[in-house]
Design a protein around this ligand. Sequence first.
Ligand SMILES: *[C@@H]1O[C@H](CO)[C@@H](O)[C@H](O)[C@H]1NC(C)=O
Ligand SMILES: *[C@@H]1O[C@H](CO)[C@@H](O)[C@H](O)[C@H]1NC(C)=O
Ligand SMILES: *[C@@H]1O[C@H](CO)[C@@H](O)[C@H](O)[C@H]1NC(C)=O
Ligand SMILES: *[C@@H]1O[C@H](CO)[C@@H](O)[C@H](O)[C@H]1NC(C)=O
Ligand SMILES: *[C@@H]1O[C@H](CO)[C@@H](O)[C@H](O)[C@H]1NC(C)=O
Length: 483
Amino acid sequence: MSSKVLIVVLLNSIVCFSLTVLPPQLKFGAATAAYQIEGGCGKDDKGKSIWDIYAHSIPSPIKDHSTGDVACDSYDLWKEDIKMIKFLNLHFYRFSISWTRILPSGFSNRINSKGIEYYNKLINSLLENGIEPMITLYHWDLPQNIQILGGWTNSRIVDYFADYAAVVFRFFGDRVSSWITINEPSSICRDVYEYGNGAPGLESPGIGTYICGKNVLLAHAKVYRLYQEHFKNTQRGRVGITIDSIWAEPFDEGDEKASDIEMQMSFGWFANPIFSKMGDYPDIMKTTIAKRSSNQNFTTSRLPAFTDAEIAIVRGSADFLGLNHYHTWAVSNINYSVLDVSFDADKGTYLQKKAEWKDPDVLPWGFRKLLVWIKKQYDNPLVYVTENGFADSSESLDDQRRVYFLESYISALCTAIQEDGCNITRYAVWSLMDNMEWTDGYTIKYGLFHTNFSSSYRNRTKRSSAFYYKGICSLAEPSVTVV
Ligand SMILES: *[C@@H]1O[C@H](CO)[C@@H](O)[C@H](O)[C@H]1NC(C)=O
Ligand SMILES: *[C@@H]1O[C@H](CO)[C@@H](O)[C@H](O)[C@H]1NC(C)=O
Ligand SMILES: *[C@@H]1O[C@H](CO)[C@@H](O)[C@H](O)[C@H]1NC(C)=O
Ligand SMILES: *[C@@H]1O[C@H](CO)[C@@H](O)[C@H](O)[C@H]1NC(C)=O
Ligand SMILES: *[C@@H]1O[C@H](CO)[C@@H](O)[C@H](O)[C@H]1NC(C)=O
C-alpha cells in the first residue's frame, strides 16, 4: 500500500501526516442539525418543536440552562456557514430540516413558504459552490403538536412523518440526492423514553422505549417506500437511515456473548429489521425480552412484534446505512432483578473503559472493528459514516487533540476500506462548528470552527482541526461516480 505525506500548517505548528492514499471513492463532509445551529425560534412563522418546549421547561433540563433559541443563528447567518464549508473544501454538507419550519403545525395542511425559501437558499448556494447537500429529515425536533398526541409512541406518527417527507421531496428533491430519514433511532427511543434524557422528557422504561422503536422503523420504511414509488424515477436519489453505535469490545475472555448481546440489542435493534436478509429484530432480542416480560407477568412481550407484512415493508428499506460512531466500551454481563422493567435489565450488560486503554476517548481500532462487524453481519452494505468527532469543553483554537482524533479515525476508516473490504463511500465530521449540544447546552464543543456565543454575530473561527480537515478534503479526489 503506498502512502502519501500530508503537510498541514496548523495554528501554532506545522504537522506532517503520513497517510495511506485515500480510497478514491471516499467523499468527505461535515454535519450539523437544525435545532443545534439554526436559532430563528418562532421567526417567520416557525412552529414549536419538542426541543423549543423542553429547553424552556423549569427547572431547566439543560446543563448550562441555555436554549437553542438563537444557537449559531444559522437561520440568519447561513452565508457564514457556506464560507466555512467552502474553506474546508467539503465534498458534501449534511444538515437537517426543521419539520416545524416547513410545517408550522406539524401537519401538511399548511406549508410555510418562508421555511421553504430558507432551505432553497441554502441548497442552491451549496450547489452553486459545488457542494453536495445531504439532508436529514428528522434530527429530533418533533412538532409539539404531534408530541401532544403521543409523539413516537403513537403509530399515527408513521403517516404524519410520511406527509412531511412528501412535502420535502416535492420542494427540494429535484436538487438533493442523499436523504437520511431519521437520525439515531436509539437516541430518540432509548435516551428519551428509557432515561428521560432529552425532549420531550417523558420516561417509559422497557415499554415506551420499544413502542417508539417500532414506530421509528415503520416511519422510516414508509418514507423509503414513498420515495421509491413517487420520486425515485424523476429525482434519482438515495434514501437511508442513520443508526448510531458504539463498538462493544468484550471486557474479558468469555465476554464475547455479552458483547454480541450489546451489539444486537443496541445496533441490531434498528439495523436488523432493515439490513438483514430475514428482517425483523435480532432473535436474541426477541427471545430475551419475551422471556423477561413473561417472568414479569406481562401478557405479551414488551417488545411489540412486527406483522409479516411489516417485516416485509421494513426489510431492505434503505439504499445505504448511515453510521454515527463516537465511542468504544468494554462490555461484560451484569445481573439485574427479574422484576426490573427496563431496557438495560433486558440487555443485562455493563459498559466500562479498561484501565489499560491509555486514551479511552480515542480508540480508532474500535471504529475499525465496528465497520468490519457491520460488513459481516449485514453482507457488506453500503455505509456512509454520517457522524464522527471529538468533544471537549475547550474554547481553544489550537485543538491538537481533535486533530489527533480525526487523523487516527480517518486512518482506521481507510484501513477498513482498503484492507478489510468494507463498502464505505462517505465520512462526515461532527461538527462543522460548536453548537447547541442538546442537554449539554453549550458546555461541550465539537466544532472544526469555534463559535463565539457571547457575540451577537456568532463569529465562527477556524480551529487547527479546520486546517487539518481542509488538507484531507483537498487531498481526496473522489471519482466522478457518486454512490
Ligand atoms: C407472577 O404471577 C405468579 C402467579 O400468580 C406469581 O406467583 C408470581 O409471583 C408473579 N410474578 C411476579 C414477578 O409478580
Ligand atoms: C448472575 O446470576 C447467575 C445466577 O444466579 C450466576 O450464576 C452468575 O454468576 C451471575 N453473574 C454475574 C455477572 O454476576
Ligand atoms: C457497495 O454497495 C453498493 C450498493 O449496494 C454496490 O452497488 C457496490 O457494488 C458495493 N461495492 C462493493 C465494493 O461491495
Ligand atoms: C466573543 O465576542 C465577544 C463580544 O463581541 C468578545 O468580547 C470576545 O472577545 C469574543 N471572544 C472570542 C474568543 O473571540
Ligand atoms: C464578528 O463578525 C462581525 C460581523 O461579520 C464582524 O464585524 C466582527 O469584526 C467579527 N468579530 C471578530 C472578533 O472577528
